[in-house]
Design a protein around this ligand. Structure first.
Ligand SMILES: *Cc1c(COP(=O)(O)O)cnc(C)c1O
Length: 357
C-alpha cells in the first residue's frame, strides 16, 4: 500500500477465494422494452393475492416453518408437510442442496446456469455432460461419469431450460436407479405445469434419493421468490439443517397461499400459455430461416441464421428475447407472452427474417 494516498486498483480484489475470482455473476440486466419475453415469466400476475397482505404484523418475524404454505402445497401434491422444504426461490434451494450434500455436482449442458454458478461459488467440482443431438440426456456418458466421478448430486431440469424439451423418462429413471442412496437426483420441474408428460412426483415413494424441485416463479409469482423441494422426510430433514431460519418472508408466504388456492385462475392462465405456445411454434415454423424447437415449457428456443441481427432488430422494435450466444450458439429464446404480444413478436420476426440487411 502506498503511503498518504489511496490507490485505486483497477485489478480485481485478490482476497476472495480463487473459485469466486473466476466466477461470473448471474446476468440479470434490466433492458428497457415494451414487450418483455426474455425471462420465462408468466405474462399473467396474481395481484389480487396481495390483498391478503394487510393482515401481516410487520414487527414480527415470519413463520420460520411456513406451516400454512406447506399445508397448501402438501394438499396440492398429495404429500405430507415433512416432505416439503420451502426456499426463497428454487435458486436458494440449489444452494442448500449443494451445501448439504457437497460435490461433485453433475448436470447436463446446456441447462439452467445456476447449477454451475452455485457449485463453483461453494467450491465444489462441476461435471458437465453435453446433451445429445436431440437435446436429450446422453445416458452412456452420464452413467460413465457417475461411475468414474461419483457425483453426490445430479440436477436434471425437465422440461429443460433453455431447450424446452422433457428428457426421456426412461433415461431419468435409469439415472435414479443407478445412483445409490448416497447420490441425490434432483429433478427440477420449474416448467412442469406446462408439460404434457406427468413428471416424477409419483416416483418419490420408490426412490429415497429422488427429490423434486418446483417454483412459483414461472406461473405468475416470480416477484415473491418462492420455491420448494419435495422428497423423503429423512433427506428433507438434512437439507433443512442448512436453511436460514426466516428464508421466506411473511409477505411472500401470505400472497403465495392466496394465489395457490385460486386453482381456477391458475389453471386458466397455464392453459392460455400452453395454447399460445402452440400457436407461436406453428407461426415461427412458417417463417423462412427460423427453426423453432418443440417445447413443453413456457418458452421456445429457435435457431436463426443471423441471431445477433434478429435479436437487435427485435429490441429496436421494443421486443426483448434472450440471446443464447455461448450457451446454444445460433439460437434465441422467446418466452410465451400475452396473445397480442406473441402476435407482435411473430409479425416483427417475419419482417426481420424477410429483410436481409
Ligand atoms: C427459472 C428457473 C428456476 C428458478 O427458480 P426461482 O424459483 O425463480 O429461483 C429454477 N430452475 C429452472 C430450470 C429455471 O429455469
Amino acid at each position: 500500500m502506498s503511503k498518504g494516498r489511496i490507490t485505486h486498483h483497477t485489478s480485481r480484489i485478490t482476497v476472495s477465494r480463487p473459485n469466486i475470482r473466476s466466477l461470473c455473476a448471474y446476468e440479470a440486466k434490466e433492458i428497457p422494452c415494451k414487450v418483455k419475453l426474455d425471462a420465462n415469466e408468466s405474462p399473467y400476475g396474481f395481484e389480487e393475492a396481495l390483498k391478503a397482505l394487510n393482515k401481516i404484523q410487520t414487527n414480527r418475524y415470519p413463520d420460520p416453518e411456513a406451516k400454512e404454505l406447506k399445508k397448501v402445497i402438501a394438499k396440492d401434491f398429495g404429500v405430507r408437510h415433512e416432505n416439503i422444504l420451502q426456499g426463497n426461490g428454487s435458486d436458494e434451494l440449489i444452494y442448500y442442496l449443494i451445501t448439504t450434500f457437497g460435490g461433485p455436482v453433475l448436470y447436463p449442458i446446456p441447462t439452467f446456469s445456476m447449477y454451475g454458478i452455485i457449485t463453483q461459488a461453494i467450491g465444489e467440482k462441476k461435471i458437465e455432460i453435453q446433451l445429445d443431438r436431440e437435446f436429450d440426456l446422453d445416458i452412456k456418458e452420464i452413467l460413465m461419469a457417475i461411475k468414474k466421478e461419483k457425483p453426490r448430486l445430479i440436477f436434471l431440469s425437465s422440461p429443460n431450460n433453455p431447450t424446452g424439451n422433457c428428457f426421456s423418462s426412461e433415461r431419468i429413471l435409469k439415472i435414479i436407479e443407478t445412483t445409490s442412496s448416497l447420490r441425490i437426483v434432483v429433478v427440477d420441474e420449474a416448467y412442469q405445469p406446462f408439460a404434457s408428460e406427468k413428471g416424477f412426483l409419483s416416483l418419490l415413494e420408490d426412490f429415497k434419493n429422488l427429490m423434486i424441485m418446483r417454483t412459483l416463479s414461472k406461473i405468475g409469482l416470480a416477484a415473491l421468490r418462492v420455491g420448494f423441494l419435495i422428497g423423503h422426510e429423512d433427506v428433507i430433514r438434512e437439507v433443512n439443517k442448512v436453511r436460514l431460519p426466516f428464508n421466506v418472508n411473511a409477505l411472500s408466504q401470505a400472497a403465495a397461499i392466496t394465489a395457490l388456492k385460486d386453482k381456477k385462475r391458475m389453471r386458466s392462465y397455464i392453459k392460455a400459455i400452453v395454447s399460445e405456445r402452440e400457436r407461436l411454434f406453428a407461426g415461427m415454423g412458417e417463417i423462412k430461416g427460423i427453426t423453432p424447437y418443440p417445447s413443453e415449457a413456457n418458452f421456445i428456443l429457435f435457431k436463426v441464421s443471423n441471431p445477433d441481427r434478429i435479436y437487435k432488430g427485435l429490441l429496436k422494435k421494443g421486443i426483448l428475447v434472450r440471446n443464447m450466444k455461448g450457451v446454444v450458439d445460433g439460437c434465441l429464446r422467446v418466452t410465451v407472452g400475452m396473445p397480442e404480444e406473441n402476435t407482435t413478436f411473430l409479425k416483427t420476426l417475419r419482417q426481420l427474417s424477410e429483410s436481409n440487411e
